[in-house]
Ligand binder design. Sequence first.
Ligand code: SAM
Length: 343
Amino acid sequence: MDIFTGLNPETKYSNGRLQLIFGAWVASALFDRKGKVSVGNGDISEDDYTKQSIYALLYSLYREMGTVLSEHGEPYEFTFNTWGYDWPAGWGKRPAGTRDPQRFGKYAYSGLFQVDEVQAYAAARDGRVHIVEMGCGTGAGAHHVCTEVWPECTYVAIDMQGAAIETCRRKHVPGLNGRLTAIHGDATKVDIASNSADFIVINETHVMEYAGLVTEEDARFFGAVLDRLKPGGFFVWGNAIPNVTWQPCFDYLKSLGMVEVQVQDVTAEAIVARDLDEPRAEAYVKECVNKFLAFRVPFIGPRRAREAGRAMRNFFRHPGTRLYDNMVDGTDTYKVVCFQKPL
Ligand SMILES: C[S@@+](CC[C@H](N)C(=O)[O-])C[C@H]1O[C@@H](n2cnc3c(N)ncnc32)[C@H](O)[C@@H]1O
């Protein structure tokens, strides 16, 4: 069993199935001397995992872990699959308190709309804007936007992971009186009407991240953004990706006729967020490892537990991992970007 490539994005794995999956992975350590996870920095080579498998595992894991306690003892369910960033000085009041375990995800979603032109556009419509999100995860950000940012909006949230959309329908859709719709599928392929969205959100979706180029999948994302936006609507996008990838993406968007409105670099704040979030992430990794019995098998159990812990820390961009170091040395930069579709 290879947990990095073998899992199905259509499936939500129950606790029993996760116990078996981790059991098989631990057992496979007997025949796998090297392992895929770097001992030093938790890195896994791009060729050694698929996003379909990794997110299938993570979203089922988050679901089965349920409510946990943060390092401050605050109960929460892990739903923001977002690194985020600390709220920049000068952006006004923080959209969530400093003890909120998932504040950096909330800041990232609020931050997408910190653009004067976007605020004016929404104000002219009394906040009654229609938003489409491509790669919404569990919809935690969608829920935050619907309740805290644009309480009059309607929102369609799309993700390719069945377990994430199930969490969205269980936790975030009820209570919003039909304003939030969750759709399972490839965000570039599901049926969304042309010229229908005031805003398109892409927040830390696992795309546009190959160094220095726009991949075929990225081009599909940008094409779908252009098609679905109303003339005059805005594409808001935040992520930490290779610094050399931003300009090719901007050039591609401009080649489609999109107009750059604002680009803000929040890498320094993203590093602060990872530093401040370390105790919470560390507590979460420990709870996950403790929950699965296979990690208690002598010798191979602790070895796989170390690998799983390193991989999770790397996905969280924990201090000391390659992804964290990439932000410190500028290989990756976190930007918050806004482009407009011309009238
Ligand atoms: C790091 S997570 C971020 C999730 C969410 N935006 C958040 O900030 O919590 C990346 C998400 O992108 C989704 N994703 C990547 N490619 C996708 C695609 N082509 N269609 C739909 N979802 C996609 C993954 O399933 C995953 O949930």
